[in-house]
Design a protein around this ligand. Structure first.
Ligand code: GLU
Length: 420
């Protein structure tokens, strides 16, 4: 049976890169485990008068390159191992982007769809009270992720400030603009992915103007990617899905009408003028670019052989298992790894933190120009590394190459600090 535990997968990916790059054994041992795992149980008063005990986590994976950085997920299926995996991936993401942060991640087991706004606010504040002493602008800086929003970041910052007794906007990123958020942060994950896509198509001779694209997921990342790819490049998004199902139209789907369908029927599959398709069919559709933008383990050993896209742009965290990774590589599909593709979010989070520390704010164009420079540099670092190994006779995947760049930087930082 294929391993689907995300933390085991993260360790396996690291092991593969460590072997290729001949990583020092002591550095490898440190990098296989998180530095700190905090588990909390905290009570929240519910609207019906009951008190519910919620279970949450905050994992600091590695802080050799700077304070921990990474989002908070509110998800019913959250586990400590998912959070550990995501915190490892944040470590590689921040390192590959070459921003001065380590990696961290948080999560609370809850179903936000079944909670009122008041309950959500009390849950957010309760979680910060529980983990507050383990975060801070110079310690570990959270941000939004699956089912957490700028409003939730605002409540969390406010709660932290009450505990600290002074203003600390840089304790959390992804905040609303009026309390220290950055211009461009909301769309930044999708925007960063667009810069990567612009570079990636050059490697496969695909013209984005006539490209046909499928997007899995209609959350913050998938939704804006769908909008941006049509607006910036004129590509056609022919298929899109959310957790309940998807829709296909050869003519290309319209963003505004998708939003309207989602609002009216609760799902993008309620879109008029297309044919319904399942998430499985979406992944296997005959397109130029496939963008998995939902959750982990979507392309596995059992469906990777059926993927027909020429490029896979991993916008979600961990959408592809190691077994699927090798299958796509053998098939000659260009699979761009998650921590390269979706680094735009944390890069603009970094800009937000810098602006908070300075108390001086930049216009959107400046934010995006700086973002473009950083992600384009990461893209080139990855493919240069792949070429270097190829010249030595070792064929490695873009993910291995990205790991080698990222792990090498963290290992050097640990060495300088005298950790090994
Ligand atoms: N949650 C996003 C990610 O997985 C952003 C993290 C951040 O901004 O710290 O990259």
């Amino acid at each position: 049976m294929e391993e689907l535990n995300p933390f085991k997968i993260a360790q396996e990916q690291l092991d593969s890169a460590a072997e290729i790059m001949k990583l020092d054994k002591r550095a490898h041992a440190i990098l296989r485990e998180p530095k700190r795992v905090v588990m909390v149980n905290f009570p929240v008063k519910m609207d019906n008068g009951d008190t519910t005990l919620f279970n949450g986590f905050r994992v600091l994976y590695n802080d050799a390159r700077g304070p921990g950085k990474g989002g908070i997920r509110f998800h019913p299926a959250e586990t400590v191992d998912t959070v550990k995996a995501l915190s490892a991936w944040m470590t590689w993401k921040c390192s590959l982007a070459n921003i001065p942060f380590g990696g961290a991640k948080g999560g609370v087991i809850c179903d936000t769809k079944k909670m009122s706004e008041g309950e959500l606010e009390r849950l957010s504040r309760g979680y910060i009270q529980a983990i507050g002493r383990f975060i801070g602008p110079k310690v570990d800086v959270p941000a939004p992720d699956v089912y957490t929003t700028p409003q939730i970041m605002a409540w969390m910052m406010d709660e932290y400030n009450k505990m600290a007794g002074h203003q600390e906007p840089g304790v959390i990123t992804g905040k609303p603009l009026e309390i220290g958020g950055s211009e461009g942060r909301f769309n930044s994950t999708a925007m960063g992915a667009m810069y990567i896509l612009r570079e990636a198509v050059k490697k496969r001779g695909i013209d984005l103007k006539s490209a046909r694209i499928a997007v899995q997921g209609f959350g913050n990342a998938g939704m804006f990617a769908m909008d941006l790819v049509t607006r910036l490049f004129g590509s056609k998004v022919v298929a899109i899905s959310d957790s309940t199902g998807g829709i296909y139209s050869e003519k290309g789907l319209d963003y505004q009408r998708l939003i309207a369908a989602k609002e009216k029927t609760g799902s993008v599959s309620g879109y008029e003028g297309g044919s319904k398709l399942t998430n499985e069919q979406l992944l296997e559709s005959d397109v130029d670019v496939l963008i998995p933008a939902a959750i982990e383990n979507q392309i596995t050993g059992s469906n990777a052989g059926k993927i027909r896209a020429k490029i896979v742009l991993e916008l979600a965290n961990g959408p592809i298992t190691p077994e699927a990774d090798s299958i796509l590589f053998e098939k000659g599909i260009l699979d761009l790894p998650d921590f390269l593709v979706n680094s735009g979010g944390v890069i603009v989070s970094y800009f937000e933190w810098v602006q908070n520390n300075y108390g001086y704010y930049w216009p959107e164009k400046e934010v995006y120009d700086k973002l473009d420079k950083l992600v384009t540099q990461s893209f080139s670092d990855v493919f240069k590394t792949q070429d270097t190994y190829k010249a030595k006779g070792t064929k490695i995947t873009p993910r291995d190459a990205a790991y080698i760049v990222a792990v090498d930087r963290v290992a050097k930082a640990m060495k300088s600090r005298g950790w090994y």
